[in-house]
Design a protein around this ligand. Structure first.
Ligand code: SAM
Length: 263
């Protein structure tokens, strides 16, 4: 039976052999490495990865894809299929004392929550190679002053090095998505260039700062930090959130953490 691509599962299957080859080359899978693929679909990148590693774990939500995938993997290597929602998957439990490499042509409809789910477990992840909407990769890699710079840029860059690798046009997929895509490498920092006392404070602060991009920090951060607090970190309270670098957000988050501790 042929499988109809399901929109609700964000199914756009890769069918361009040159792009699949570029993806595998960028990942450089080695025998014995612990790779986990999110959303293997019909196996476009799964099978070459399995051939290179000998063993692969995959997380696929669509149960109709599971048996065909298991059949295709026969004779290539050991494929462990978790028929599960990647948004609920416990990567830390899978990694145990070690760390896993995660890869995937992600379902675009859940890419942002999935990225947040992954960075929350980044201690258990060696690296991540993902196909995403070009627009999401632009936001992840954006620097202060850029119109794409925002919550996603800051939270991802706090946890990982971001390397956009190459763009991919809609024609590489079946069905073709409406948007352009890009392949990106995220490498969780071993030694973070910026650290905060409490990442929850950073998350709270950044969410609130960007809730109204056009306002000044003094206004958006009302209720969390006073103008004096902002000044005490060496930050201009009349600056707009999209101009503030990560280091400055870290200083503001530490100020917030101090207040929370004093409560
Ligand atoms: N890797 C395949 C390829 O490149 O052709 C398929 C990629 S397709 C963009 C996304 C895949 O993620 C689909 O197979 C879809 O069923 C699966 N998927 C969607 N939501 C998921 C979820 N919450 N957890 C795990 N897999 C999911």
């Amino acid at each position: 039976m042929t499988h109809q691509a399901r929109k609700r599962f964000g199914q756009n299957f890769l069918h361009d052999p040159a792009i699949i080859e570029r993806i595998v080359q960028a990942i450089r899978p080695q025998p014995g490495q612990r790779l986990v693929e999110i959303g293997p679909g019909k196996g476009a990148i799964t099978l070459p990865l399995l051939a290179a590693c000998g063993r692969l774990e995959v997380i696929e939500l669509d149960r109709d894809l599971v048996q065909p995938l298991a059949d295709r993997a026969q004779g290539i290597g050991e494929l462990v299929i978790h028929q599960q929602d990647a948004l609920r998957f416990d990567f830390a439990a899978l990694a145990g004392d070690g760390r896993v490499r995660t890869v995937g042509n992600l379902p675009y409809n859940i890419s942002t929550p999935l990225l947040f789910h992954l960075i929350a477990q980044s201690d258990s992840i060696q690296d991540m190679h993902f196909m995403l909407q070009q627009e999401v990769v632009d936001r992840m890699a954006a620097t202060p002053g850029n119109r794409d710079y925002g919550r996603l840029s800051i939270m991802i860059q706090y946890h990982c090095r971001v390397e956009p690798l190459f763009g991919v046009g809609p024609g590489a997929f079946q069905p073709a998505p409406r948007v352009h895509s890009a392949f990106v490498r995220l490498t969780p920092w071993q030694q973070p260039p910026v650290s905060v006392r409490d990442t929850d404070c950073l998350a709270t602060l950044v969410r609130q700062a960007f809730s109204q991009r056009r306002k000044t920090l003094r206004n958006t951060l009302k209720g969390l930090l006073s103008e004096q607090d902002i000044l005490a970190t060496g930050t201009d309270p009349t600056a707009r959130p999209e101009t503030i670098p990560l280091e400055q957000y870290a200083a503001l988050a530490d100020r917030l953490a101090e207040h929370k501790q004093g409560e």
